[in-house]
Design a binder for this molecule. Sequence first.
Ligand code: SF4
Length: 282
Amino acid sequence: MNFPREPQSPIADIARQARELLGQVRESRWPGFEPPVRQSVARPAAPARQPAPAGRPTPRVTQTPAVQRIPPLTVPTAAPMPEAPSPWSTLEQVAQAVGACTLCPLHATRTHTVPGEGNPKPRLLFVGEAPGANEDRLGRPFVGAAGQLLDKMIRAMGLARGEVFIANTLKCRPPENRTPLPGEVASCAPYLRAQIRLLAPEIICSLGNPATQALLGVTETISRLRGRFSSYRGIPVMPTYHPSYLLRSSQADRNLTWADLRLVMQRLGLPLPGPSPARESE
Ligand code: SF4
């Protein structure tokens, strides 16, 4: 885990809140990841697409007809999570199972479980690490300062939050936001695995070390894995930095993250805006 953790005591928790406020102030001064203006320019007529499978609505994200250069898919890993039959056939069933779960000790300290939310048939799935204090309080993923930055990143891609699905590797908050333990990740893995099977996204964007390592079954750090597609059970995975890290990191890391998101956009056939919305402070 290479981004700073939140403090370990009530006093330190105040410090953490202060840091989050500082991050928000930074955000207000640093308008990175501004969303591109939704083009009023009419896109060329879309090419014929394969009909959506029965029961699956047509994806809400419009594809451009231009033939995009698809970067080669590299598959550096073996399957990270052991395959097992899933007892759940809907996202709601997964969420209900998560809500009643006591498989790891985190159930004892959670306020709410955070199974995830978003478009049930997304083209793009974001997978983060674990709920934080705000997420634990509200039962929703990415609703604090990091969530606001993730929203910016999504808008910069020309998408809306409701068009994607957002989940975490762990569905309950680790105390003081510590890094998930291997046993916790293993206990919680069936839920994320079931969600991915039901969501069937075209691309997964893993945010930070724990999510990337859990999905890909690797121990390499995000700085080595980001910037190139890997694969989770045949689904392209683009690892990139976690928004919590970006709140405290450099402009250079934001630019790298934007480069990763542009690769995702390219593969999805989304219009590519300027070279970097994560520009220097104005
Ligand atoms: S973190 Fe996952 S495995 Fe642990 S109690 Fe919560 S839902 Fe269950």
